[in-house]
Design a protein around this ligand. Structure first.
Ligand SMILES: C[S@@+](CC[C@H](N)C(=O)[O-])C[C@H]1O[C@@H](n2cnc3c(N)ncnc32)[C@H](O)[C@@H]1O
Length: 364
């Protein structure tokens, strides 16, 4: 409910009743980020909420990414000041893991900025000592050197939905049926920029095009004088694969119905990794990968980390410390989910270089 006690669904209904169907991107924007009822304004990430992400599955994720960040620093010539920007930091689980593991150099700590759109999460992030918190990538000036990490953020940026129909491409808008239920209706594309991002596709194809994701890359291109970005998300290779369907998440379950009860579920679609890479190249950035999360984490030393765990487990068994050995065993199993081909291991790592083309370890 807003300050006048009107629900988000009611507000969207009256917008549609007075002005006609709205672009799906606008509906998604409201459903995820409405200040009163948006999905991300409520506590949604975590084991007891709607979904978990890699840092929630295992701290091995942060440990391996910290190695990559340390190497970024070296590749940039060990600058006196180095800033990590985490976009879409959510509840701060990854921020805590990384801040714990990034050492001081010459008495100076890494500066860590968490960017978070949801005011609910910004408040939570402000409680983490040493963390700077901001609402948008564009809210501070150019950074001399550093890196940006974004885990599962790009898939949550509002996207347009386009369908290849007999007369060309139609955009999907959200309208209402006679009973006031939200329904998809086809219309002419609301912006010519959308058409610029479409590839040849067979009739019936439906794709999600996120102008917000391209805008994110544009902001990133001028964020650092020299730096790196690691974008991690699920998605597909648009140059050779079909798009993944738009869907929702609610209490750890995939939900293909995304219109009913706006704010009650996540809305997401796999990112087109090739389209993002092409956009970054056109902005003059160096592109590394994409590689799968599995390959990226293996290149960062996942197997060695697991072997160290195995040795500790054997030692605990030999010393008859049963509970400890079971705990290590279960942690190793959780960490393996990060590289499982059918799960998180199939996510994409897309690396970008700003003012540098030295290839980072995750992509070697
Ligand atoms: C799926 S969650 C991932 C959270 C975290 N990165 C993790 O791995 O657990 C996506 C997060 O990105 C945030 N977000 C979405 N768009 C954003 C934007 N334009 N700028 C900053 N944060 C954004 C959302 O509010 C949400 O907290």
């Amino acid at each position: 409910m807003d300050g006048d006690g009107v629900s988000l669904a009611e507000r969207l209904r009256s917008t549609i009743a007075s002005g006609g169907p709205i672009p799906f991107a606008r509906f998604m924007e409201a459903a995820l980020y409405d200040p009163d009822e948006g999905f991300y304004e409520q506590r949604r990430i975590g084991e007891r909420a709607d979904f978990v992400t890699s840092p929630h599955v295992s701290p091995a994720f942060g440990e391996l990414l910290a190695r990559q960040i340390e190497e970024y620093r070296e590749l940039l010539g060990d600058p006196a000041s180095f800033t990590v920007v985490e976009a879409g930091a959510g509840d701060g689980t990854l921020a805590r893991q990384l801040m714990e593991r990034l050492p001081e150099r010459a008495g100076r700590r890494v500066r860590y900025i968490a960017i978070e759109r949801s005011s609910h999460y910004r408040e939570q992030l402000r409680a983490i000592p040493g963390l700077e918190v901001a609402g948008s990538l564009r809210s501070f000036g150019r950074i001399e050197s550093g890196c940006l990490i974004a885990n599962e953020v790009l898939d949550n940026l509002p996207f347009a939905r386009l369908r290849h129909v007999a007369r060309g491409w139609a955009e999907l808008f959200v309208g209402m049926d006679g009973a006031g239920r939200f329904v998809l209706v086809e219309g002419s594309p609301s912006s010519p920029s959308l058409l610029a991002h479409l590839r040849h596709a067979p009739p019936g194809t439906e794709v999600a095009v996120s102008l917000a994701a391209f805008d994110f890359l544009d902001a990133l291109a001028s964020l650092f004088r020299r730096g790196y970005a690691l974008l991690i998300d699920y998605g597909y290779r648009g140059a050779s694969e079909r798009a993944t369907p738009v869907h929702g998440y609610r209490t750890h379950t995939i939900d293909l119905e995304v219109l009913d009860a706006p704010g009650a579920r996540d809305i997401t679609a796999g990112i087109d990794v090739d389209a993002l890479a092409a956009h970054a190249r056109a902005r003059g950035l160096a592109v590394f990968g994409p590689v799968t999360q599995r390959d990226g984490l293996l290149a960062l030393g996942f197997a060695e980390l697991d072997e160290a765990g195995r040795r500790r487990q054997v030692e605990a068994i030999d010393a008859r410390r049963g509970i400890e050995s079971v705990r290590i065993f279960s942690n190793r199993n959780r960490a393996r989910q990060l590289i499982a081909n059918e799960g998180l291991g199939g996510f994409w790592f897309l690396g970008l270089g700003i003012g540098t083309d030295a290839r980072p370890r995750a992509f070697r």
